[in-house]
Unconditional design. Structure first.
Length: 460
């Protein structure tokens, strides 16, 4: 067993303090409620990506009406900010007649693919000749149309690199029973998009500012606007990280109480542009396991709840996720995610410098003697070549399925230790889903329940 030590991959260890450190040096993703936002920053863009965007916008075959929109929509700056690049697979949600769908298709190029989505009612409300003008004659060979209700968009896991919602998220709150539109379950919609995106996938949201504090259903119906805080909260609740916001479409002179279709503001509204991401799969995952003695579950749980409070109060340098196995023997697995070896070193150094925390962890290790076996820990490396491209959702769903595997490829995220052990890890949104995943992973797969009160942060 080992704990992270600055400048080293492994260090043999022993003793009660170490047992506590091994159990507590485990991490999940940063809490979705506190995303780090960098206003106006664009992701690093290679020169060929910028060139692809500029070439797409300046393409002489674009429709004249689209070119007329460019001055107010500034698509080159928006797409560069969002990080759209050649080869991507993108969904333009509620694409209408396809202004952005065409630009996306031209940027991603022949190696990429674009799905231009619309609600089925669009066939009746939008002119057929507009769709023909956009897509007819194989004009955009790498684009396809999808007509589906918002909560019926069922795309395969990991099948998208990017999603664009251009001035349509407010409409998920718009509902009229006399119209073929909605009602929409926003959370279910965003969760389905999260699952369809690859780890680190992008969602770009462009929409019209409503006055802060405005009820989204009222503003959607009256003005077709939305409070930006509602968007941030909805996406955070679905597990997305708000990576950055851009001011490229801001207009402080806009009357936020006016309908966006009012001639006084139409095409000149104050708009926000947000870039969200799914959680990237960690490059390194520390897996620490403890077996609880028969009949000692309650005592173990009380100790871990106390230690979680200690860790929050004394500022543990890493978040950690606790998983409790179904059935017997009862085991607890702790997961800690790292982006780099430097992160491992940073956490180790922070523990070493926090003597009050170490004292509490020593006491916790002593308290667990006889209640649980000494923990065993292994540092593993993500193997993207052997697993699924589905988004990393560990800690966001209530269950996790883990199996040691020797298969060449499996439908889960695969992490491999230095001695060749492979762990397949997958999130599950319920018992039925967990059973199906376990069956696919084969013999030896185990189902674990997330234990929020033992974790830091205390998240699902």
């Amino acid at each position: 067993m080992f704990v992270p030590e600055a400048g080293a991959r492994k260090r043999p260890v022993s003793g009660p303090m170490l047992a506590a450190l091994l159990a507590l040096a485990a991490a999940c993703k940063p809490p979705p409620s506190t995303p780090r936002v960098q206003r106006g920053d664009s992701p690093p863009a290679a020169a060929f990506t910028v060139a692809a965007i500029e070439t797409a916008v300046s393409n002489p075959n674009r429709l004249p009406a689209d070119r007329d929109r460019d001055s107010s929509d500034r698509p080159a700056e928006v797409l560069e900010f969002l990080g759209v690049a050649p080869g991507m697979r993108a969904l333009d949600m509620n694409a209408a007649t396809g202004y952005y769908a065409e630009l996306l298709a031209r940027v991603v190029g022949p190696a990429g693919h674009v799905i231009a989505h619309n609600h089925p009612g669009a066939r009746a409300t939008l002119a057929a000749e507009d769709f023909e003008r956009r897509y007819g004659g194989n004009r955009l060979p790498n684009a396809e149309q999808l007509f589906a209700a918002h909560n019926d968009i069922a795309l395969p896991a990991g099948s998208l690199d990017a999603v664009l919602m251009s001035m349509i998220y407010h409409d998920t709150y718009w509902y009229d029973p006399k119209v073929d539109w909605g009602p929409v379950d926003q959370h279910a919609l965003l969760e389905s998009l999260y699952g369809a995106l690859v780890p680190g996938g992008i969602v770009g949201v462009i929409d019209h500012f409503a006055e802060p504090g405005t009820d989204p259903r009222e503003s959607a119906k009256a003005t077709h606007r939305i409070d930006a805080a509602v968007v941030r909260a909805d996406f955070a609740a679905a597990g997305f990280t708000l990576e950055a916001e851009s001011d490229v479409l801001r207009n402080p002179a806009d009357d936020r109480t006016a309908s966006v279709f009012d001639d006084a503001v139409r095409g000149r509204t104050d708009r926000f542009v947000m870039r969200f991401r799914t959680q990237p799969t960690p490059a390194l995952l520390q897996i620490t396991t403890e077996r609880i003695a028969p009949g000692r579950d309650a005592e173990y749980g009380a100790i871990e709840e106390h230690l979680a409070g200690v860790c929050a109060r004394l500022r543990c340098p890493n978040d950690y996720l606790a998983l409790e196995s179904d059935g017997s023997p009862k085991e607890v697995w702790w997961l800690v995610a790292y982006a780099t070896q430097a992160d491992v070193d940073r956490v180790a150094a922070a523990y070493a410098a926090n003597e009050p925390l170490l004292a509490e962890l020593r006491a916790g290790a002593v308290a667990k003697k006889g209640i649980a076996d000494d923990p065993a820990s292994v540092l593993t490396t993500f193997r993207p070549d052997t697993g699924s491209a589905a988004a990393w959702r560990i800690g966001m769903d209530e269950l996790v399925v883990i199996a040691e595997t020797s298969e060449a490829t499996v439908p889960a995220s695969v992490f491999e230790s230095a001695d060749g052990r492979r762990f397949a890890v997958a999130s599950a949104a319920g018992r039925e889903n967990a059973a199906a995943i376990a069956a696919r992973l084969g013999g030896g797969a185990r189902v674990f329940a997330v234990r929020p009160s033992w974790s830091k942060p205390a998240a699902a």
